[in-house]
Design a binder for this molecule. Structure first.
Ligand code: CA
Length: 289
């Protein structure tokens, strides 16, 4: 099941993507995921079954998907946003190249404990078709297209696309600057929809593609697959939740395997396009703060 939301006039409505159509159900309200995590024990009922119980025999209002997909908003508002790092070999190589603190990325790649960092809260996160920002004091900025886990309570309820916008020069100058290299206004985007877990036979075999458009040209294109990840999603989740009261509806971006070359930095007005198998395409324009 693919859950999406958009503004229908002044109202937020919710619905399901079914083939080439988008089906709006009034009974889903403005935020069916919030209703899901507001239950007593959400993880006891799969998200797909909860949503089915809300729509039962009701008739949807159908739109052509092409008419509404560019107006989709965040499929859910995340509680906390977390990010795992250095989970792909390509990411280790890039971080080792840019840093003055040699060896730390190699060591975390092979260590039992993964890198898990706090990326912010829902209000720093934007949806598809919204603007992502790059810092006013950064010179080297990149999108990070990441397969993203959406948690009900403490287990995975679904998946979406995440963009962990990052400043490579600030992180590269000193690892202690990491929060400033990761957290600011509109530094994270998720969407375009939330796919429930039953949509994926194997989430460790999902193609990930990134394009950066500038002035009508593609200035960077690259791809990877979640099969190139060293870590398991359960392993990352275990470390996130250990001794940690992470609120319901939080998300985790699981690391980046597509890294633009050193010559590429995001610029004001760029368009970032991220596609993943089974998760659609998310587009965001870039604004320099
Ligand atoms: Ca990242």
């Amino acid at each position: 099941m693919k859950l999406a939301r958009f503004y229908e006039g002044p109202r937020t409505v919710s619905g399901l993507i079914v083939g080439e159509e988008y089906h709006v159900y009034e009974s889903l309200g403005q935020d069916p995921f919030a209703a899901y995590i507001g239950q007593k024990a959400p993880d006891k009922i799969p998200l797909v079954d909860f949503v089915r119980s809300l729509i039962e025999d009701r008739k949807p209002r159908a739109y052509k998907l092409d008419w509404v997909k560019d107006r989709f908003i965040m499929p859910m508002v995340p509680g906390e946003v977390w990010a795992a790092g250095v989970t792909y070999k390509r990411s280790v190589e890039a971080r080792e190249d840019e840093t003055k603190a040699k060896g730390i990325y190699d060591r975390v790649y092979t260590a039992e404990r993964p890198e898990v960092l706090f990326k912010g809260l829902g209000y720093r996160t934007v949806g598809p078709n919204d603007v992502i920002c790059i810092r006013s004091d950064s010179k080297w900025d990149v999108p990070e297209p990441e397969f993203t886990l959406v948690y009900g309570d403490r287990s995975i309820a679904g998946y979406t696309i995440g963009n962990d916008v990052s400043s490579r020069d600030i992180e590269g100058a000193n690892p202690l600057y990491l929060p400033q290299a990761k957290v600011w206004q509109n530094s994270c985007a998720i969407g375009p929809y939330l796919a429930t877990t039953d949509e994926f036979k194997n989430p460790k075999n999902v193609g990930i593609r990134l394009k950066i458009h500038r002035g009508g040209q593609v200035v960077f294109g690259g791809e990877t697959n979640t099969s190139n990840m060293k870590r398991e999603f359960e392993e990352l989740s275990k470390y996130l939740f250990r001794d940690n009261p992470v609120p319901r509806g939080s998300i985790m971006l699981t690391g980046v395997g597509v890294v633009p070359p050193d010559s590429i930095s995001l610029q004001d007005g760029d368009l970032v396009e991220i596609s993943m198998d089974g998760l659609g395409t998310m587009k965001n324009y870039v604004k320099r703060l």
